[in-house]
Ligand binder design. Structure first.
Ligand code: IPE
Ligand code: IPE
Ligand code: MG
Length: 246
């Protein structure tokens, strides 16, 4: 049976650069306008009963951007945490940041830890920000943890199962990603959640991230509610008829 509201939505927030270019502005203007959309999108999701929202803010590959752009994005992430963490705490939103931290400045790492600690008690919903995140890193990270257990003799190689590996993948404790949205017309995963999207529904919109809002969330949820999620099974809309005698 079709589910009406996804428990967990993940979004690839794309199109800031093109939004700015169309206005004859530098990419920084697009990133600033894009960051302004997050609060409304989080609220729209919560109002509609979505329990978890995961946002792709900076990929492992985004370090290839011009240094000034990277610096701007890091600075914006730092001020976002300072500005929004208290509001999240008041609203009962628990914040989590996933991805590598060893390439961030110590100041940014502290800000992430502070914001996570401040909101740790939140029980109204989860907001996950993926920063210096890559799906390949995530899987390799989980594999490394199991390898360490094998190395110590705590686990046999034969015990490296899908279930065990899956437990070490980020977000294993949250509801599965039911719906993945990408803005800006691109239709690719760009190394976002790979393991976690094995059975997610996908929704692509041409709207650029700085123009993305409640309307697009509604359109995505409406599309989701019409999807028949079969998970490889037969589903229940196909009548096989009587035994064919084959
Ligand atoms: C997404 O917008 C933000 C990040 C990747 C950090 P882009 O900057 O990729 O925007 P486009 O794809 O160039 O339009
Ligand atoms: C994906 O967007 C990463 C984020 C939105 C943070 P990109 O703009 O980096 O992806 P590609 O380069 O178009 O695949
Ligand atoms: Mg892009």
């Amino acid at each position: 049976m079709a589910e009406s509201v996804p428990r967990h939505i993940a979004i690839i927030m794309d199109g800031n650069g093109r939004w700015a270019a169309r206005r004859g502005k530098p990419a920084s203007a697009g990133h600033r306008a894009g960051a302004e959309r997050i609060r409304d999108v989080l609220r729209a999701c919560r109002d509609r009963g979505v329990k978890a929202l995961t946002l792709f803010a900076f990929s492992s590959e985004n370090w290839q951007r011009p240094p000034r752009e990277v610096e701007l994005l890091m600075g914006m992430f730092y001020s976002y945490l300072g500005r929004e963490a208290e509001r999240m705490r008041e609203e009962g939103v628990r914040l989590r940041v996933i991805g590598r931290r060893d390439r961030f400045s110590p100041r940014l790492v502290k800000a992430i830890e502070r914001a996570e600690a401040l909101t740790a008690g939140g029980s109204e919903g989860d907001l996950v920000i993926a920063a210096d995140y890559g799906g390949h890193w995530d899987i390799a990270n989980a594999a490394r943890q199991l390898a360490e257990q094998v190395e110590k003799g705590e686990l046999a190689a034969a015990d490296v199962t899908e279930e065990r590996l899956g437990m070490g993948i980020q977000l294993a404790d949250l509801p599965p990603v039911d719906l993945l949205i990408r803005s800006s017309g691109e239709q690719r995963i760009s190394n976002f959640l790979l393991w976690q999207t094995a059975y997610s529904e996908f929704f692509f919109t041409d709207v650029l991230w700085p123009d993305f809002g409640e309307r697009e969330i509604d359109a995505a949820i409406a599309a989701f509610s019409t999807r028949d999620r079969r998970y490889g099974g037969r589903g229940n809309q196909c009548d096989l008829g009587a035994a064919s005698g084959a």
